[in-house]
Each structure stands twice: as C-alpha cells, then as structure tokens.
Design a protein around this ligand. Structure first.
Ligand code: GLU
Length: 472
C-alpha cells in the first residue's frame, strides 16, 4: 500500500513549489490507490504561525488537494520523538555529548586552519556502540548536553532517487549530528524520519532543496534497522529569468491565483505540468491527472514558470467546464470584483451570458467584468465612448430601434438580430453604426459581449429603458 505525505513547515503561505509538492503526493497516492497524509512540521516555534497553517490549509482546500489522514502537528508529538531517541541510546547508536559551543567553535577553527572539513571531533563518542544511559536533555541540566547520532565511519549512504537517479554519499562526509538539542527539542532531520517511520511512509516526494538531507536521514533509518522509503526529489521551479521562483516573479501564494480568476482545476493542471508530462497532452481533467500521474515522467531538469501558458490552460478549462459549474464558479467569484450575485430569476439569462463569454475569456476576472452591465442596475457610462458613439444621429437611430424592439413579440438573440439587420438594410447603414451606439447605451462602454446577446439577456424591459434614456 502506497503511503505518501505532504509535510509543509508553516512559516508562510502555500507557494507554488509547495502546492506542486502537495499535488504530486496527492496524485501519486491517487494513481496508486494509496493514502495521502498531511503533516505540519511546526517544530520551529519562532517561525511557525497559526496563520501560516491556515494559509496552507486554505490553499490546499482551494486546489482540492485532499488528504486521507492528518493534519498531524509535529509540535504535539514530542513524546514520540523522545521515545525514539531513547531507543537509539539503548541501541548504542546515539550518545550524549556535553561539548560547549565554545569548545565546538574552537575545534572548528583548528580544523579550518588545517584546511580540514569542519566536523564534530567525536570527543564524547563511546568507543563501541554499547547501550547508553537513556536520559534526555531537559533544558535544566546541571551540565547541559545534547544527543548525537553515531554515524558509521566507513561505507556510504546510497539511494536510487526515483527522479534523479543514484546518489552516493560517503559516511565520512556526514557529521555525528545532533538529534536532540540541549533544551530537549528534537532536530528537523530526526522528526522527519521518526514521523515517516511512524506513519509508514513508502515514498518521500519532496522538493530538490531537501536532497542534501536524505543521506543523514538514511543513517537514522539504518540506526533503527527499518526499511528505508523510496525518495523522489522534484526539481525546482524557476522564474522566466531562470532564477529560482520567488516573490519577484509576481504572485507566489496560490490564493493570489484564485483572486486573479484562475479555476482551481486549471491551476492544478498547470502545476502538474510543471515537471511532469504525459505525451504531448497539455489539458487534463482532474480525473485524468489522478489516473495518469507517475514519477517516471517527472523530468530531471527544473521547470520554468510561464504565466502566458497558465492563462491559456485556464481559458481551455473555462471553455470545457460544464456550464452550470462554470456559472457557479463565476457567481462565487463576483464579489471579488465588487459585483453582486445574480438572483434566482436572473440565473437563466446569466447562464446564457456566461455561455457566450466563455468562448473568449481567459479568466474569471475578464468574465466578471463583462457581466457588469447585467448585474449593475445603473449603467456607468464611459465618457469617451458616449462622446464618440452617442452622436445626435446615433441618438435618433436609437429612438427608431426602440420602437422596433418594443414591437417584437419574442426577445431572443435571433429575433433581435433579424429586426436590427432589417433596419440597417433599409437605411443603407453598416451594422456597426447601430451596434456601437447600442453598446454604449446598454453597457456604458464601447466594448461588450455580442450586442444581440446583451439585449436578450437584459430582456426587453431593461433593454428598452436603457435605450430610452440615451435616445432623443
Ligand atoms: N518541512 C519541509 C518543508 O516544508 C519538508 C520536509 C520533507 O518533505 O521531508 O520544506
């Protein structure tokens, strides 16, 4: 049974890289019928905040990245880490070290002066791996001490990364690192491994920035004599300038993309393609991603974030989504643009409008803005458009159109179009000569959805009253 975990440190919002790690874990679990676990790595008390936990959960909820177990909080699991540390002392693969910071500094300076790699000199390491006293640091010990791991002297840590390939690290490169600090708190690498053992994680999928931790973590697994999970380190995401993606490159909190009018499924589609591929397919439904995702097709080189492509993927999803679903996404989004939601009676016309808009819109922002004329009771006129298109001749034309429209029995796009075209023909005009004044009268601007749709969704009464207020 595949068991994976997303293990964010709650020190900020959920950024693109974090969201992609969460997504890859979730998709990997889904495609293998496995379980996805959420673990909040909040042992760094200075930097972890409840707001960041909330932001991470919010981001995952928006993207609909589900988890089957958790969230587990490392800050609530201290006694588990302590039990595991005692176990290593009993096994003789950990030991206490009472070196002061001063002494360690001194050792480091001497090593550097001899051009050696600075490392703990193993002063307190017992000669043989014999059982050690299991007392742990309390933070109030007369002689403060830490617990260090006994790293083998010879041999190497070898793992076959599922994305990167084989990685070898000689044990002598790895310090006898601290697993429990003098205040009793466990260190990062230790908690990660203890939790991955406890949670029976089979595959560790995480960002490339963690690859240097893996050899150390392997030593911990080996010390416990347990099976080591498979590792997959996902290459970084770069900005268009090929530098590591950061705030400089624009919105990096995933919630910002929600505000920018991206559909969650489109965003998930784009995130999945940042590193993973499936032939040359670009547009995926969630169900397809859950079925096709595999680590075999995650590339070794960094992915480059491309805003234009993201927008394109969004437009493709806007076109393909079930209309009723798109309507409900847009309705939820309207307040974001300061617009009211349509009422029940307006919904059919609103849906018809959405059906027209979706063909050309790239984001929910564009769609919401194009719905303004429908949702606002008072038309807000763009002065320039009024000046340009509501000339005295245009106004008298509007007067004629008003009469024609008043007499129409049906008020659908086609009927309106036929009536308007007949007028244009009779007067020897071009369609645009009536379309633009109508547009300004009905929407306040010279740019709008197709004019006959505008009229049919406004319905007869509103259409006529708006034309009337602009006609002579
Ligand atoms: N907590 C780490 C982070 O947020 C992830 C650790 C891991 O996945 O092993 O970067």
């Amino acid at each position: 049974m595949v068991r994976v975990r997303f293990a964010p440190s709650p020190t900020g919002y959920l950024h693109l890289g974090g969201a992609r790690t969460a997504l890859f874990n979730y998709l990997f679990a889904k495609s293998h019928g496995g379980k996805h676990i959420l673990r909040i790595e909040d042992t760094d008390r200075e930097r972890s905040t409840p707001e960041a936990v909330e932001a991470i959960m919010q981001g995952m909820a928006w993207l609909n990245i589900k988890y089957d177990e958790g969230p587990f909080f490392q800050s609530e699991r201290n006694s588990i880490y302590q039990d595991y540390a005692r176990k290593l002392l009993e096994l003789g693969v950990a030991y206490r070290c009472t070196c002061t910071a001063q002494r360690l500094d001194q050792v480091r300076q001497e090593q550097t002066a001899r051009s050696e790699k600075p490392q703990y000199d193993k002063l307190h390491r017992p000669k043989d791996p014999t059982p050690q006293p299991t007392e742990l640091p309390s933070g109030q010990d007369a002689e403060p001490f830490v617990i260090r791991l006994r790293v083998p002297d010879v041999g190497e840590a070898v793992f076959n990364d599922l994305i990167i390939g084989e990685i070898r690290t000689a044990y002598k490169e790895i310090d006898d690192f601290i697993i429990i600090r003098s205040d009793g708190s466990p260190t990062y690498n230790f908690t990660v491994v203890v939790d991955d053992i406890e949670m029976q994680i089979t595959h560790v999928i995480r960002g490339m920035d963690h690859i240097s931790n893996t050899p150390k973590q392997m030593v911990i697994y080996q010390a416990f004599g347990v099976k080591i999970p498979d590792f997959a380190h996902v290459p970084m995401i770069l900005g268009p300038d090929k530098q590591k993606l950061s705030k400089r490159h624009g919105a990096t909190s995933v919630i910002e993309y929600k505000k920018d009018g991206y559909l969650a499924d489109a965003f998930v589609n784009y995130l999945a393609r940042l590193g993973w591929s499936h032939g040359d397919q670009e547009v995926f439904t969630r169900a397809e991603l859950e079925k096709y995702f595999s680590l075999d097709h995650v590339g070794k080189s960094p992915a480059v974030f491309d805003q234009v492509k993201l927008l394109w993927v969004n437009s493709e999803h806007i076109k393909k989504l079930e209309l009723s679903q798109l309507v409900s996404e847009l309705v939820d989004f309207l307040p974001e643009r300061g617009l009211r939601k349509p009422n029940q009676a307006e919904l059919p016309a609103f849906s018809a409008l959405v059906a027209t808009l979706r063909e050309r819109a790239k984001s929910l922002i564009e769609m919401a803005d194009q719905c303004k004329f429908f949702l606002e009771d008072q038309v807000i006129y763009d002065e320039q458009a009024v000046k340009k298109h509501l000339t005295p001749e245009a106004k008298s034309l509007l007067q004629e159109i008003q009469v024609i429209l008043t007499n129409l029995k049906d008020f659908d796009d086609k009927t309106i179009e036929t009536a308007c075209k007949a007028l244009v023909e009779q007067k020897g005009l071009k369609l645009v000569q009536i379309a633009q004044p109508l547009r300004v009268a009905l929407t306040g601007t010279a740019v709008s959805p197709p004019i006959f749709t505008v009229m049919s969704v406004l319905e007869k009464e509103r259409t006529i009253s708006r034309i009337k207020s602009c006609a002579i």
